[in-house]
Design a protein around this ligand. Structure first.
Ligand code: HPA
Ligand code: ZN
Length: 337
C-alpha cells in the first residue's frame, strides 16, 4: 500500500451518504436471484457480455438500472444479507459509524412489506454492533418521483418502527420534483422527532431553487450532495452559519455529471462549510469510502490535514449522541497525531 492509501485506510471514518440498495454488488444480485428463483435482472445479465460494466451518465439513467435490480430483494434475509455485506466491507475500511439510507417505497410498491425490509436491515445493524463493534443507524428516504400522499402513507407505516430510524431523507429523480412538494411530509417527520436531510443532486435544472427550499421551507439538518451552493455566496454563508453538513460523493459525481466536483468540495471545505466525503451507491459507482477519499486526494491539492478535517466534519454532523461524538472525535484525534 502506498503511504497515501495507508493514511486513508487507517483513518477512523463516518459514512453519512450511503444508499443500502446501492451496495448490491452484481455477485450478490445473482446470488439472491438464484435463491429466490427469479430471473437475473437485465442490467446484470448484460454485464457478462460486455466488459464496460453498467452504462449510465446521469441520475435518470442510473436510476433506470438501480430500481430494476432491486427485484431480487424479497425476504428479510435478503435485506439482512445486503446490509451485512455492506457493513462488513465498511468495517474493513475502518468506517466506525454509518448512517444508511433505505428506500421503503421501492420495495412496498413491489409488494414487499415494510416490516420485511426494516427487520432485515435492523438485524444486520444489531449484528454489526455486536460482532464488528460498529455503530450504524437508518435514514428512511422518500422517493421524490412518487406522490406526497405515498410518502405520507409510508411515514405512517414507519411509525411503529420509529426508534429504529434516526431521520428521513428525499432521493430519486430530482427533475421536476422540488423539495417543496414534500413540505407537509417533512413537517410531520419533524413533529415525530425525526431529523431531516434532502438530496440536492449535482447540476440539476433548479439546483439553487431547490437548495433554497430545503434550507428555508423544509429546514433540513443536512444536505446530501448540495455542492451547487458555490454558485451563491449567500447560500454558502447560510449553510456555514447553520452548521449544515454537506454529504458529498466524488466518485458518484464523476459518473453522473461532467466532473467529480473536487474543486467545489475543496473550496467549500476551505470556506469552513461542514463538507464530508461519502460513497453514495458504491456497487454502481465502484468506490467505497477509501476510494472516494483517494480520488479526492489524487485529483485535488487537498492536504492530509484537510482529509482529517473531512472526517472531523462527518463526526461533527453525524446524528449521534454527544457521548459517541466525543468518543469518535477522540479516536480520530489520536490517529491524526
Ligand atoms: N441521488 C438521488 N437518488 C438516489 C441517489 C442519488 O445520488 N442514489 C440513490 N438514489
Ligand atoms: Zn445519494
Amino acid at each position: 500500500m502506498t503511504s497515501k492509501a495507508s493514511f486513508i485506510a487507517g483513518l477512523p471514518k463516518a459514512e453519512l451518504h450511503l444508499h443500502i440498495e446501492g451496495t448490491l454488488e452484481p455477485a450478490l444480485v445473482r446470488q439472491l436471484a438464484s435463491r429466490n428463483k427469479i430471473p437475473i435482472p437485465d442490467a446484470i445479465s448484460s454485464l457478462t457480455s460486455t466488459s464496460s460494466g453498467y452504462t449510465f451518465n446521469d441520475l435518470t439513467s442510473f436510476l433506470a438500472v438501480y430500481y430494476p435490480n432491486m427485484a431480487v430483494l424479497l425476504t428479510s434475509t435478503d435485506f439482512f444479507d445486503m446490509a451485512y455485506a455492506y457493513l462488513t466491507k465498511a468495517h474493513s475500511q475502518n468506517v466506525i459509524h454509518a448512517e444508511i439510507f433505505f428506500d421503503p417505497q421501492a420495495h412496498t410498491s413491489r409488494g414487499v412489506p415494510f416490516s420485511t425490509v426494516i427487520s432485515g436491515l435492523r438485524q444486520a445493524i444489531i449484528k454489526a454492533e455486536r460482532e464488528l463493534g460498529m455503530s450504524a443507524s437508518l435514514i428512511m428516504c422518500f422517493l421524490r418521483d412518487m406522490s406526497p400522499e405515498f410518502a405520507m402513507a409510508t411515514l405512517t407505516e414507519a411509525l411503529p418502527y420509529k426508534d429504529y430510524i434516526i431521520g428521513v431523507g428525499l432521493d430519486s429523480d430530482e427533475r421536476q420534483n422540488p423539495p417543496a412538494k414534500f413540505a407537509a411530509v417533512f413537517a410531520r417527520a419533524r413533529q415525530e422527532g425525526w431529523l431531516v436531510t434532502c438530496h440536492c443532486d449535482i447540476d440539476q435544472q433548479d439546483s439553487i431553487k431547490h437548495i433554497r427550499q430545503v434550507l428555508n421551507e423544509i429546514q433540513v439538518d443536512r444536505i446530501d450532495h448540495g455542492t451547487n451552493i458555490v454558485e451563491d455566496a449567500s447560500l454558502v454563508e447560510l449553510v456555514k452559519e447553520k452548521r449544515i453538513g454537506l454529504t458529498c460523493c466524488p466518485v458518484s459525481n464523476s459518473v453522473v455529471t461532467k466532473d467529480f466536483k473536487g474543486e467545489e468540495i475543496l473550496q467549500l471545505l476551505r470556506a469552513g462549510v461542514k463538507v464530508t466525503v461519502n460513497s453514495d451507491d458504491p456497487a454502481y459507482f465502484r468506490g467505497y469510502m477509501n476510494e472516494n477519499l483517494m480520488k479526492t486526494m489524487d485529483e485535488t491539492d487537498i492536504t492530509r490535514e484537510e482529509i482529517v478535517q473531512l472526517q472531523r466534519n462527518a463526526f461533527e454532523v453525524a446524528w449521534i449522541s454527544e457521548r459517541k461524538r466525543e468518543r469518535f472525535l477522540g479516536l480520530l484525534d489520536s490517529h491524526a497525531k
